[in-house]
Design a protein around this ligand. Structure first.
Ligand SMILES: Cc1cc2nc3c(=O)[nH]c(=O)nc-3n(C[C@H](O)[C@H](O)[C@H](O)COP(=O)(O)O)c2cc1C
Length: 292
C-alpha cells in the first residue's frame, strides 16, 4: 500500500538549525520529509533584513527538501519587511509562529500570546497573505493558551485567509511540550478549518497508522532517532565540523552539541557517554570522547 502521508520536519530552535540540516541532510532525505520548517526569526519594529539575519536560511534544508522560513512577531509592518527579505532570498513560502509557549514570548503577545489578541492575529494573517500571496503563507498554532477549545473559537478568523497550511500542535501553551496531545480537540478544530491542516505533536517515525491527518509534522522523534543510527557518531562529528564554520569559540559550539545530545540520551551508547560529554570543556575534548 502506498503511504500517502506527507511528512514535514518541525522547527526546533537551537536544534534543527542550518548546520543541522546540512549535517543530517542524508537522514532527512531518507526519512522522506517533503519539507522542513526553519526555526523562527523575530520581526520587531525597525527590523533591517540583512544577509546576517537570513544566514540561518542559507542552503535551504541542505538540499534534502523544501525549506519554509518562519517568523515570530506581533508587528504586521515589521513582518512584511521580513517576508520581503524571505522573498528576496528566493523563498516562495513563509510561516507565522502562533504557538511558542515560553512565558517571555507569550507575555509580550507573540507566539501563543496571539490567542489573547485575535484582532492582531487577523491583521498578521492579512499582511502575511497579502505579502506572500494565496496559498503561500501558513500558520503554526496550538489548541489554545489555557484550554484546548480556544482554537475552535479563532477558526472563523483563520478561515478568512487562503493559507498554504494550518499546522496544529495538539497541546495548549500551558502544557509546554509535555503531557498528552488532545487528538479529539485536534479533530474538532481541523473539521472547522477551510484550509489544509497538518497535525503536530508526538508523531513517531514512521508515523502511527492512526495518525490523525495526512499531513504530519515531526520534531523530536526524528531528532531522537538519529542517535540510534549506526553512523550517529560520524554524523555528529560532521555536525561539529559544519557548526565550527559558523560559531566562534568552544562555548556556543558545546552548547549546541549538548542541545542535540540531550535528545540522544535514551540510547545506551549515548547514555553511557552523556556524563562525559556534559563535562567536556572544549570541542576537541568532545571530538575525542565521541571517537572513544
Ligand atoms: C527545543 C524546541 C524548539 C522549538 N522551536 C520552535 C520554533 O522555532 N518554531 C515553532 O513553531 N515551534 C518550535 N518548537 C515546537 C516544535 O516545532 C513542535 O511543535 C513540538 O516539538 C511538538 O512536536 P514533536 O512532538 O514532534 O516534537 C520547538 C520545540 C522545542 C522542543
Amino acid at each position: 500500500m502506498v503511504d500517502e502521508r506527507e511528512l514535514w520536519l518541525a522547527p526546533l530552535r537551537g536544534v534543527t538549525v542550518r548546520a543541522f540540516r546540512e549535517a543530517f541532510a542524508g537522514p532527512i532525505a531518507e526519512a522522506g520529509f517533503k519539507g522542513a520548517f526553519a526555526p523562527f526569526i523575530p520581526a520587531n519594529p525597525g527590523i533591517r533584513v540583512t544577509g546576517r539575519l537570513l544566514v540561518e536560511l542559507a542552503d535551504g534544508a541542505g538540499g534534502a527538501c523544501e525549506l519554509v522560513p518562519q517568523v515570530i512577531t506581533k508587528h504586521p509592518d515589521a513582518m512584511r519587511e521580513l517576508l520581503k527579505g524571505f522573498k528576496g532570498a528566493g523563498f516562495a513560502r513563509a510561516d507565522l509562529n502562533a504557538g511558542c509557549p515560553f512565558p517571555m514570548i507569550r507575555r509580550r503577545g507573540r507566539g501563543s500570546g496571539l490567542f489573547r489578541t485575535p484582532d492582531l492575529l487577523d491583521r498578521l494573517l492579512e499582511a502575511g497573505c497579502d505579502e506572500m500571496g494565496p496559498d503561500a503563507f501558513s500558520l503554526k498554532i496550538r489548541l489554545g493558551l489555557e484550554r484546548p477549545d480556544e482554537l475552535s473559537a479563532l477558526m472563523p478568523i483563520i478561515n478568512r485567509y487562503p493559507l498554504a497550511v494550518l499546522t496544529i500542535h495538539a497541546r495548549t501553551a500551558r502544557q509546554m511540550y509535555e503531557g498528552a496531545c488532545d487528538v479529539v480537540r485536534f479533530r474538532e478544530a481541523a473539521a472547522l478549518s477551510s484550509n489544509p491542516v497538518m497535525y503536530n505533536g508526538d508523531v513517531a517515525l514512521p508515523p502511527q497508522e492512526d495518525a490523525p491527518a495526512k499531513m504530519l509534522m515531526v520534531g523530536r522523534a526524528f531528532v531522537r532517532a538519529l542517535g540510534g543510527r549506526d553512523d550517529a557518531a560520524e554524523l555528529l562529528a560532521r555536525y561539529i565540523d559544519v557548526s565550527c564554520k559558523e560559531l566562534c569559540g568552544d562555548r556556543p559550539l558545546l552548547g549546541r552539541m549538548k542541545e542535540l545530545l540531550a535528545y540522544w540520551c535514551k540510547w545506551p551508547r549515548w547514555r553511557r557517554l552523556w556524563p562525559v560529554l556534559k563535562m567536556c570543556r572544549s570541542v576537541d575534548e568532545m571530538r575525542l570522547a565521541i571517537k572513544g
